[in-house]
Write a protein that binds this ligand. Sequence first.
Ligand code: XIL
Length: 321
Amino acid sequence: VQSLRALAAKKGMLIGTAVGSNFYSNPDAKFKDTLQREFSMLVCENEMKFDALEPQQNSFNFSRPDQLLSYAQSNGMAMRGHTLVWHAQNPSWITNGNWTRDTLLAAMKNHISKVMAHYKGKIKEWDVANECIADNGSGLRGESIWRRVIGDDYLDYAFKYAREADPDALLFYNDYNIEDMGSAKADKAYAILSDMKSRGIPIDGVGFQSHFINGMSSSYLSNIDKNIKRYAAIGLKVSLTEVDIRIKLPADSSAYQTQANNYGDLMKICLSNPNCTTFVLWGFTDKHSWIPGTFSGYGDALIFDSNYNPKPAYNSLINAL
Ligand code: XIL
């Protein structure tokens, strides 16, 4: 049967989606049918974040991610791990702890080591570090507890600990607004990551979150393509890790056609770059999406509507594949 996952497989690509909390509360049949039929990679929307996995120090809760992993395994799907070190969604014992550089580094190492050991050999790509770069591109994000307490080299340590924990996993740096080459943040990301790579820090790739606004111009899209090539030139993969394209509501049918064109163009860019083999959406149905709750006035960012009917964006991905 024709499906995103079947077509992607022929191109050597994984097509994925984030799966949110509704998965664990007996979702409607259409949710699981669509998930199983269309996708070959899954990522926990929240359940593998630090606060969910290690709510108390050194006491781990793997039950939901394990449930999703076994579902993935029985349906021939891969998993992405999201995310080990981030400034957000940390438990209060981290954010309110009385830390020194050494004790916080030890807590970070323990988290990375235990979590990656638990999923050793089972998770293909890990977002080792998430959103570490400041929005204005000045350097590493200042409000991160990791940066404040440990210093800039926390990022190097995160990747070193991750490689030690599972030498076979692909290790990614993941962020938003780093997709379009030429912007201050995108160029700072490249500078930081290429420096890490040249110093031998074990990093395999960059995750472009890809939370886009509908109506990307052709020059914006071509900068994404150039940026993927710039990372290829230094031996880094690029995964599109959280794709959604939000529409300003209410919208007419032309907005959905524009969205379809944007989705298709993005897929074509990924397909034309050998270092881009993972394309993950941040959800698949407009029924379950973080967009309306986060970007007021926007929605309908995904490829199936709220009733699981394919939108023009779905057909456009099929055609691109
Ligand atoms: C979002 C989830 O979708 C929401 O459910 C949660 O409330 C906040 O986090 N960048 C990331 C993701 O790396 O982890 C975020 O996920 C979306 C932005």
